[in-house]
Design a binder for this molecule. Structure first.
Ligand code: HEM
Length: 426
């Protein structure tokens, strides 16, 4: 038996000490932690076991009841409707925005030689999301400054760490709950206004860059079970799902590229060869295989989403064990990615380990199966665009004192104190 935090702290030794199927406590809540990729596969790949557990309901105040937090029929139909908008022909329309926002990020770095890259990257990612999800362009400075998505905060971790707050009757009386409720109202209110504005603009047949909200409106025009309230919830979900996850993964990758100059040089050679100051296209981004392996390796060591949970709706056999219906399952990409059987010397940064095929559930930064990340290709194209734009202009290295990465385990994984880089103009 082990506390969930220990799964992180002793990720390297957890397999030796406890095996890959263990009972774990998240304060007073029992979980079964499933770390072995073969067992993880049984759970994540089953469409019958795709229900999220009670923890996700604590995110309703933040994310609304969109795809990430919902279960059952609603999540299945929403996912079916929305997933077609994450295919290449739609993503292609976002490339210009990725590129434009990345270029203006690089422009802002002019005259600077030392930067907190986490903050800079997060700002760029937020601009990209405002444009691609809601159709608010980076030029609409006033609208952007009003956006409550710039400062959203989730209370789930506080509630877990102070478990009496998990009881709604207690939590409702706290100042934190009132603030969270106010925040939920402002996220929804803002999204509702943006929806109304977009509908009006569509009526006037204004030529506009396509955004995901257009897709949501199109769905609602033909599917009666996809209402305006659902649109608002999905806007909140996508705005928040694509924020810290991508921000952290981009910053972690830049950390490793700054730390290992030989790897950065190889990435830079690839960028020169593939892009050579021409326009970015999906084909070119797909060609950047070495950069992709660097991003994958950063996501292996530092997966932005370090924990995924499920509730079993039926008994499940994994190996010789039967996990009973009703129990809470915890899957930890952070720990599974450190399985020495699949990733020898797991703490070593080695992008070339992805030259050979790995077990599909040994590497799960985007989860796997019917509830895997809908935005994974969006995220990969976006991260490649942002990183290659930065590296075309600057050589990056670690600022003195920033050599050691300290991780902070929030809902998403972060670098404690951010990541500070030195920039040298190329
Ligand atoms: C590096 C970036 C990202 C990582 C590591 C990541 C990781 C994940 C993971 C692990 C899940 C499963 C969560 C769970 O089951 O509890 C997930 C779900 C999801 N992600 Fe991402 N994500 C990233 C970027 C994005 C982006 C850019 C978007 C959209 C713009 C997005 C949209 C979603 C959605 C909608 C789901 C819910 C899918 C469902 O439950 O059917 N993600 N993501």
């Amino acid at each position: 038996m082990i506390l969930v935090l220990e799964i992180f702290r002793s990720a390297q030794t957890v397999y030796k000490k406890h095996g890959s199927l263990l009972r774990a406590w998240l304060t007073f809540i029992p979980f079964i932690a499933v770390l072995d990729p073969k067992y993880v596969q049984v759970i994540l790949n089953s469409s019958k076991l795709s229900d999220k557990n009670f923890m996700y309901s604590f995110m309703h105040n933040f994310l609304g009841q969109g795809l990430i937090t919902s279960s059952g029929r609603k999540s299945k139909s929403h996912r079916r409707y929305i997933s077609s908008y994450f295919k290449t022909n739609y993503l292609e329309q976002f490339l210009q925005t990725f590129d434009k926002c990345a270029r203006s990020m690089v422009e802002e770095l002019k005259e600077k030689d030392k930067v907190q890259i986490t903050t800079i990257v997060n700002h760029c990612i937020l601009n990209i999301l405002h444009q691609t999800i809601m159709g608010i362009s980076p030029e609409e400075k006033e609208k952007l400054s009003e956006s409550p998505f710039n400062k959203g905060q989730i209370s789930l971790l506080q509630r877990i760490l102070h478990p009496w707050l998990l009881l709604n009757c207690v939590y409702r009386r706290t100042t934190r709950s009132k603030l969270e409720f106010k925040q939920k109202l402002s996220l929804k209110e803002f999204s509702r206004k943006v929806l109304e504005r977009r509908k009006k603009e569509r009526e006037k047949h204004k030529t506009m860059d396509w955004c995901l909200l257009d897709g949501f409106i199109e769905i609602s025009e033909t599917k009666p079970d996809f209402t305006d309230e659902d649109i608002v919830d999905e806007v909140c979900t996508f705005m928040l799902a694509g924020q810290d996850s991508v921000g952290a993964a981009t910053a972690f990758t830049l950390y490793y590229l700054a730390k290992f100059q030989d790897v950065q040089n190889k990435v830079n050679e690839e960028i020169k060869e593939v892009i050579s100051n021409s326009n970015i296209t999906i084909e070119k981004l797909d060609k950047m295989k070495y950069l992709e392996r660097c991003i994958c390796e950063s996501l292996r060591i530092c997966p932005s989403v370090p924990l995924v949970t499920r509730k079993l709706c039926e008994d499940v056999k994994v190996g010789e064990h039967v996990l009973p219906a009703g129990c809470n399952i915890l899957i930890s990409p952070f720990s599974t990615h450190r399985s020495p059987q699949y990733f020898p010397e797991p703490e070593t940064f080695d992008p070339d380990r992805f030259c050979t095929q790995v077990h599909n559930c040994a590497y799960i930064p985007f989860s796997a199966g019917p509830r895997d990340c809908l935005g994974k290709r969006f995220a990969m194209l976006e991260m490649k665009t942002v990183i290659s734009n930065l590296l075309q202009s600057y050589k990056v290295s670690l600022a003195p004192g920033n050599e050691q990465l300290q991780l902070q385990y929030r809902l998403t994984l972060r670098a404690k104190g951010g990541i500070t880089l030195m920039l040298e103009k190329r």
